[in-house]
Design a protein around this ligand. Sequence first.
Ligand code: HEC
Length: 138
Amino acid sequence: MKIKVLLLIIICLNSAYALTDRRILIQPESVSDEILKSMRDHLNATQEILNAIIKNDMNTIARVSENRLGFKSLTTTSASHNNMPFIPKVMETLSLGLAQSASELAIYAKNNEKEKLLPALNKVMGYCVSCHNTYRIR
Ligand code: HEC
């Protein structure tokens, strides 16, 4: 009997876990708002980069990629930098991976290495997807 109850508890716990398998970030409301604001800009920036690749506009690719997603964005946008104390280690690693891959994309654009642009953008988007698959705010 005891074993049956125990099994039932384990099954319940497991299915509850399956429903919420993305880890939730506990942080002040103002910080979450900042993160979401910066995220919406990430999406805009990603589309601007794709659009600039289609138009062969290397300057725009380099500028948007470095300033809005790359390492430069970590110092200029309040979101990524000030929020670091609330961000778990794995998320910080993914965030730095995003910055590094976006800065790489900017360098390829500056060097006019066109064949490397789409694979580099694909790598950038891989970090968006990995982080979204792992974390949520609400
Ligand atoms: C280090 C983690 C991380 C990375 C990298 C990341 N995001 Fe996010 N993003 C989040 C989290 C956490 C949320 C909140 C999602 C939730 O609660 O469901 C979010 C939410 C969003 C939202 C929803 C905004 C809103 O107002 O609801 C968009 C759009 C978005 N991200 C775009 C992007 C794009 C595009 C990229 C890549 C260029 C990216 N994100 C990279 C963590 C990340």
